[in-house]
Design a protein around this ligand. Structure first.
Ligand code: PLZ
Length: 438
């Protein structure tokens, strides 16, 4: 690894060069584009991000669950460098190339279920989810789409509509797309009742049957762990029940694995944890190490219903992104990143649970593999405490630990280290976090 795997602070965070660049950003880029931590990056790799002032920060964010294999991962770099010198674009719909087909073959093989599958490639997570809905509507001849409380699916008109949270994603951007219905999610920590899985499922079914009519539902779209919503793992049993209900009612079960995919949760895909087999699975983020790529993988008989030319896009499955994806898949397999994600969880969860014992502001510790979060509350209650999150984040950033927030109530700290994070940096990051709480 060319970039030293150590935290190294030489200025305050952000340093003078980053501040200068931030001023330029503010003059050139609209305020709508936010910044979590205004250090301007010059290099990154392994578990470290280096900024324009020469600071090296520990990365607990992976660019929002994208660089699972690490930044500039060697197999990705090698393949992309070779490809960029050969050809950069033809448009797969005009004159195809092998790497696109190879990525699709791999996803057909690796995603849950051994049924006959088809995959096509697009540019972003939102685009993948939109296309899953297009396929489901076309294949079923139905229109309604059912989504869940705390769900996040993107920023386009349809996916923003599918997203639950108003601020900042929807405020002022209406009117929204029609035929989208939202039902409860089995959020165990906040569920008012003893059996979140059964009760939330019963409420969801009741809404579907009374308000929409199951026969009108094209697709149910769900994240197997709600990401932006606060790393909410639905109570065990909920996902299999929803999938089973869909099967029984001819509804296409769409798993949005954009954030949970590619070894992040300690399985290649989060649906595997409870043996759930989606009809369509949407992937993006971790698929290509940061090159823009996303995929829709589904049952052959659904996917092949769409007429020739009904799906596509200029850049979908760009050759550089496809080579990157092949490098990512090789890395996951050859370096056992599924095992590494599990190991990260085994290190993080006990230390965070010990921290919870000491600090009652930590209401819940949860997650799987390298997708871990803590939810902060006012001590002795479950009232969300976003102010405490802001304070902890500020201290972590000042100490050179890059952490992200999440949650419908803005009161969740989420941890998404690259799966190649060296253990000494993982431990050091946790120590910084502990100090921030102290
Ligand atoms: N589905 C489950 O997590 C993207 C959003 C960042 P795109 N999450 C990060 C932000 O604030 O814009 C995401 C996701 C899930 C879909 C998406 C959308 O993926 O690649 O950002 O379009």
């Amino acid at each position: 690894m060319s970039i030293p795997q150590e935290r190294h602070l030489v200025t305050a965070i952000p340093g003078p060069k980053s501040q200068e660049l931030l001023a330029r950003k503010q003059a050139a880029v609209p305020t709508g584009i936010g910044t979590t931590l205004p250090v301007f990056v010059t290099r990154a790799g392994g578990g470290v991000v280096e900024d324009a002032d020469g600071n090296r920060l520990i990365d607990f964010g992976s660019g929002i669950a994208v660089t699972n294999v690490g930044n500039a991962a060697p197999r990705v770099v090698e393949r992309v460098q070779k490809q960029v010198a050969e050809f950069t674009h033809t448009c797969f719909m005009v004159t195809p190339y092998e790497s696109y087909v190879e990525v699709c073959e791999k996803l057909n093989e690796l995603t849950p279920g051994d049924h006959d599958k088809r995959t096509f490639l697009v540019n972003s997570g939102a685009e993948a989810v939109e296309n899953a809905v297009k396929v489901a509507r076309h294949a079923t001849g139905r229109q309604a789409v059912v989504v869940f409380d705390h769900g996040y699916h993107g920023r386009t008109l349809l996916t923003m509509t599918l997203t639950a949270k108003n601020m900042p994603y929807k405020q002022g951007f209406g009117p929204f797309a029609p035929e989208v219905y939202r039902v409860p999610l089995a959020y165990a920590y906040r569920w008012n009742g003893d059996n979140a899985a059964e009760e939330a499922f019963a409420q969801a079914v009741d809404m579907i049957e009374k308000q929409i009519g199951a026969q009108n539902v094209a697709a149910v779209v769900i994240e197997p762990i709600a990401g932006e919503g606060g790393f909410i793992e639905p109570a065990k049993g909920f996902l299999p029940k929803v999938a089973e209900y869909c099967r029984a009612n001819g509804i296409v079960f769409v798993a949005d694995e954009v954030q949970t995919g590619f070894a992040r949760t300690g399985d290649l895909f989060a649906c595997e944890d409870e043996g759930v087999v989606p009809d369509i699975i949407c992937t993006a983020k971790g698929i290509a190490g940061g090159l823009p790529l996303a995929a829709v993988t589904g049952r052959a008989e659904l996917m092949d219903k769409v007429h020739a030319g009904g799906l596509g896009g200029t850049y979908g499955g760009n050759p550089l992104a496809c080579e990157a994806a092949l490098g990512v898949l090789e890395t996951i397999e050859q370096d056992d990143l599924v095992g590494k994600a599990r190991r990260i969880g085994e290190i993080m969860l006990p230390r965070l649970k010990a921290l919870q014992e000491r600090f009652p502001v930590i209401g819940d510790v949860r997650g799987r593999g390298a997708m871990i979060a803590i939810e902060l509350v006012e001590p002795g209650t479950k009232n969300p405490n976003p102010a405490a999150v802001a304070e902890v984040v500020k201290r972590c950033h000042a100490e050179g630990l890059l952490v992200l927030t999440a949650g419908t109530y803005g009161n969740v700290l989420r941890f998404l280290p690259p799966l190649v994070m060296p253990e000494h940096l993982l431990e050091e990051g946790l120590s910084i976090l502990e100090k921030a709480f102290s």
